[in-house]
Design a protein around this ligand. Structure first.
Ligand SMILES: [Fe+2]
Ligand SMILES: [Fe+2]
Length: 189
């Protein structure tokens, strides 16, 4: 994780305390929590097109409003955090496969954004109670968006986040060694 410009993510982390201890989450824990929330929101998005649903019913409109807000704002902020704090180290990795995964994840963000921009107006219409939506097309678009999102999250959790944690631990170990060396020099000098 790039050091020095973690303030925004730290600010988001400290605003998201663990309920049981009120201790602030670490930046990586915030990103993990985002993923858990994304999985829940994808399920809610998918439930909009469950067979027999009346999209004009109030519960469906409320659901559409909730997922519209989440994917339009929270999920985009999550992607921006990853692009700023997680991907740069991976793109500079000496391991070519890590660099390739980071490039793929960046490309996923662009596809997800494009898919969302195509999906969002229909979700917005459901939320506003505007009829005339082609439900088959909506179901197909939600299916594509969900499949890409789920694949993306798996790739991040299996490769990008462990790699970011390793880079973070190595940077912290380097800082600790420099501090210890400086202290030892000060005590002998
Ligand atoms: Fe991502
Ligand atoms: Fe992510």
């Amino acid at each position: 994780m790039s050091n020095g410009s973690l303030q925004a993510l730290h600010a988001r982390a400290s605003s998201r305390a663990r309920p049981e201890t009120s201790e602030a989450l670490s930046p990586m824990e915030v990103l993990d929590a985002d993923h858990r929330q994304m999985v829940v929101m994808l399920a809610k998005l998918g439930s909009l097109v469950d067979a027999g649903n009346d999209l004009s019913a109030q519960p469906m409109r409320a659901l559409a409003l909730e997922v519209h807000g989440f994917f339009g704002e929270h999920a985009r902020r999550h992607h921006a955090d990853e692009e700023q704090h997680i991907f740069p180290d991976l793109l500079n990795s000496s391991d070519a496969s890590v660099r390739a995964h980071a490039e793929r994840l960046q490309q996923d963000h662009r596809w997800l954004e494009q898919d969302w921009l195509e999906l969002a107006p229909s979700i917005s219409c459901v939320a506003d109670g505007i009829g005339g939506i082609d439900e088959d097309m909506l179901r197909e678009a939600i299916g594509i968006f969900t499949a890409l999102y789920q694949e993306h999250i798996v790739l991040e959790e299996s490769i990008a986040y462990p790699e970011a944690r390793r880079a973070q631990a190595a940077a912290e170990a380097g800082r600790a060694l420099r501090r210890a060396t400086a202290l030892a020099e000060a005590s002998t000098g």
